[in-house]
Design a protein. Structure first.
Lengths: 394, 409
């Protein structure tokens, strides 16, 4: 059955291709729109792929443009693999036919979407490394995080190389790199050099856009990990003056308290105010002021089970415990509205007792799609190390 | 006229591609034919891995990976992941003769790529049915391509099932049985196993699985002349029909979540409280426990059964040989560990590489004890299980792929 279907698909694509009429480039690209969830549309896509991957050099730019016009990640992958097949074949057999100038223009035009520009650069780098290399300095303020990362790395390497001979110049280069950097690993590297080698201060929380000041409440019960699905009062209403039954000894109620973190990476540590606890749930709440509407992302790092609400809407939840945490682990798209926006985090701690299961914490930042921090208009100065304490509500 | 000529040529190549292949030498999935790590037609594998010329060739790879190579016909297929956060996924095809690249396909990861630094996104081994390559990644991207790299279908299982991921990374390899790709996506959150139609990429079935991280791979058993896929987890082993996902048997005695079981016909050797041997009933509807041996305790490496004996390697690198009828330990020797991969065998020797890249060839033909007959240092981290085919051994690291063969005179 499999073999018969495959042959039928191949023959169908061959007939379409050899006729040169019925399956144009546009038709084949359009056929990819059939690709949907749970495997839908792949027969159509496979036939279209046969046509697309057989294209000539003139199809390269239209396919790059088409990648930018498709938001669906699978449709993009169908196009990408067809385009790379065409590109590789032409690079191997008739490299002079490659539209290198057009590709360079496509890469340099920042109005084009990031994904096909990154792909075009990657292809150029593989076949014409010298041409690609010349483009790199222009990527320093590029909207593509990938291209920007390449340019920043060039600056980091330059700064490191000049450290021993000219510390001042190295410092200036590191500063330029920091201004452009959006990649967490690069920012960390640059900050380390600026602090230890140059003696500069770096406000990492502001650079990243981590939210540092919160109201927190807890603990609530998470026995048997049931707290993840349980709806505790903060999920129904935010009342910072309220008290609720929680999981405290002697039936004491729990209430909201202010909490500020001075951690470089905005880590909110529930073990600090609540002392190490197991099988517990806590919430953190903050507000974010904006002058206007903005498309943004909430980027969360958390190794406990969690849920995030933005302006009262549940964005996502995940019931995984202690499998790892990193900056930007989860990227949640939001639209910030003008004025006050609310953010509520639920973090659950489980029953496990090993050392690596003690952490009960999260970090959250607000940024745009490139990773550039978006700061609340009423953002407070970054708390100093000594100021990171639990403070009672006013 | 040109179209007719092109059409005839196309049909010719099509026929060549679809001619039945002599697959006896192929290595189609993690641990090869039968997913048990043993081949019978590689009697002339090199036993002196360090001999001059034993490395037939070595090539560079464009990305990280610890999935095993596949050998289909005269080609090698493997997967890799590269770039920031390993978001570039590769399927690579090389000539088995000289390691020359034949084709490559790249894709963007559509799911989460976060994983522990020791593992990587291209951790699961791909699989093949001799007609297509099925590549799977920790990002839950499942991609089918023809042997010539034509894309047939692709699934982004995290797009379909958004909470199905493990922040430490996943590594369960694929198996193909009855025109179905069986995939285990088992984690603390949205945990499932699914059977995907090899022709269409559509779900044949999808079942919920225990909500607990699991890195083991499915194993195909042969029960009453039908294929049964054993799905291992912390809960035990569930035997399902590959085409429907219908459960045939359920062993609920618990099992490891790292080393996988090994099947020999209708008998399954499960890393469970040491090692537990299970036999499916004649019609496959039940499972019988034959024995349990607590002293046979696999570490990361999966057990292997060769010529009627069962071998395990524990976390300290000790290789034990057990009686498959009772599980009783017959002998043990210490190897140079630690091991992140599983052993393979041609019937007379075991081959395994430790995490520091030291390959070891162990003669297991002796009655009383085995002996390490050669070692080779590849000076690279190796967590991948080797592939055997046509008297050659293929092993990969994050950076390289090697072929070992007996030096020609």
């Amino acid at each position: 059955m499999h073999r018969l279907l495959s042959i039928a698909l191949a023959l169908a694509s061959l007939i379409a291709f050899s006729s040169g009429q019925s399956a144009s480039l546009e038709d084949s690209i359009a056929a990819l729109s059939a690709v949907g969830p749970e495997g839908a549309g792949h027969a159509e896509a496979a036939a279209a792929w046969q046509v697309l991957s057989s294209g000539d050099a003139e199809t390269i730019l239209p396919m790059l443009a088409a990648i930018g016009e498709h938001d669906d990640p699978l449709q993009r992958n169908w196009l990408r693999s067809a385009l790379e097949t065409v590109y590789s074949r032409i690079a191997d057999t008739s490299a002079a036919a490659l539209p290198l100038a057009e590709m360079q223009n496509f890469i340099s035009d920042t109005a084009n979407p990031a994904a096909p520009r990154e792909l075009a650069f990657d292809l150029l780098q593989r076949s014409q490394a010298d041409l690609a290399f010349k483009l790199i300095p222009s990527f320093l303020s590029d909207p593509s995080p990938t291209l920007r990362r390449i340019a920043v790395q060039q600056l980091i390497d330059q700064a490191k190389a000049s450290l021993a001979e000219d510390k001042e110049a190295a410092g200036q280069t590191f500063r330029r790199a920091l201004d452009s950097a959006r990649d967490a690993e690069q920012i960390t590297t640059i900050a380390k050099h600026l602090r230890s080698d140059i003696g500069d201060t770096v406000d990492l929380p502001t650079q990243f856009g981590f939210l540092m000041c919160w109201h927190i409440i807890g603990p609530f019960d998470n026995t048997g990990r049931e707290g993840f699905d349980s709806v505790f009062p903060p999920e129904e209403q935010i009342d910072l003056e309220a008290s609720y039954p929680g999981k405290l000894a002697d039936g004491k109620t729990v209430s909201w308290t202010e909490y500020a973190t001075s951690d470089d990476y905005g880590m909110v540590d529930f073990n600090s105010p609540f002392s190490p606890l197991k099988e517990a749930v806590a919430y953190a709440y903050t507000e974010f002021q904006s002058d206007g509407e903005q498309v943004a992302q909430l980027r969360l790092g958390c190794k406990n089970a969690w849920k995030v609400w933005f302006n009262g809407e549940l964005l996502f939840g995940r019931d995984e415990y202690h499998r790892g945490i990193r900056i930007d682990q989860y990227q949640l798209p939001v639209t910030i509205k003008p004025g006050r926006n609310t953010i509520l985090i639920k973090a659950c701690q489980c029953e496990q007792e090993k050392d690596w299961t003690k952490q009960w914490q999260f970090q959250l930042r607000v940024c745009d799609q490139t990773g550039t921090a978006i700061l609340s208009t009423d953002r407070q100065p970054t708390p100093q190390k000594a100021a990171a304490t639990r403070r009672p509500s006013a | 006229m040109r179209s007719v000529s092109f059409f005839i040529r196309y049909l010719f190549w099509l026929c060549l591609i679809y001619l039945p292949m002599d697959s006896h030498a192929d290595w189609l999935n993690f641990r090869g034919p039968g997913a048990n790590g043993v081949v019978s037609d590689c009697a002339d594998l090199p036993t002196d891995l360090a001999a001059e010329g034993a490395i037939a060739w070595q090539i560079d790879l464009p990305g990280r990976g610890l999935g095993s190579p596949l050998v289909v016909g005269d080609r090698i297929y493997l997967t890799a992941a590269s770039g920031p956060e390993q978001r570039q996924l590769h399927i690579l095809c090389f000539s088995a003769a000289d390691g020359a690249p034949i084709w490559e396909r790249r894709f963007w990861a559509t799911g989460r790529t976060m994983c522990h630094k020791k593992t990587c996104v291209a951790a699961p081994s791909p699989a093949s049915d001799g007609q297509s390559i099925y590549a799977f990644y920790s990002s839950n991207d499942l991609i089918a391509v023809s042997l010539d790299g034509d894309v047939r279908w692709m699934r982004g299982l995290t797009l379909d099932y958004p909470n199905a991921s493990n922040s430490l990374g996943m590594s369960s390899s694929l198996v193909v049985a009855d025109d179905t790709v069986v995939v285990q996506v088992e984690n603390d959150s949205e945990s499932f196993a699914a059977g995907i139609d090899t022709a269409t990429g559509l779900n044949r079935w999808k079942i919920d699985r225990p909500k607990k991280a699991n890195w083991t791979s499915p194993v195909v058993m042969q029960v009453d002349q039908q294929a049964v896929v054993a799905l291992q987890s912390s809960a035990g082993v569930l035997g399902v029909l590959p085409k429907t996902g219908s459960a045939l048997f359920d062993f609920d005695g618990g099992a490891s979540t790292i080393p996988s079981s090994v099947a020999v016909g209708d008998t399954l050797y499960v890393p469970s409280h040491g090692l537990t041997a299970l036999r499916a009933s004649a019609d496959g509807s039940g499972i019988e426990k034959l024995w349990n041996e607590g002293a046979q305790r696999p570490g990361t490496a999966s057990p292997i059964v060769v010529d009627g004996k069962v071998y395990t390697i524990n976390g300290a690198g000790v290789l034990s040989c057990g009686d498959p009828q009772t599980g009783e330990r017959l002998w043990r020797i210490r190897l140079k560990g630690p091991f992140g991969c599983s052993p393979v065998s041609n019937g007379s020797h075991l081959y395994i590489f430790n995490e520091m890249g030291v390959g070891q060839c162990i003669d297991i033909t002796g009655e009383a004890e085995a002996r390490v007959v050669s070692e080779v240092e590849l000076d690279d981290t190796i967590l991948s299980t080797p592939a055997l085919s046509d008297d050659s051994l293929y092993i990969r690291s994050d950076k390289h792929l090697w072929k070992f063969s007996k030096p020609t005179e």
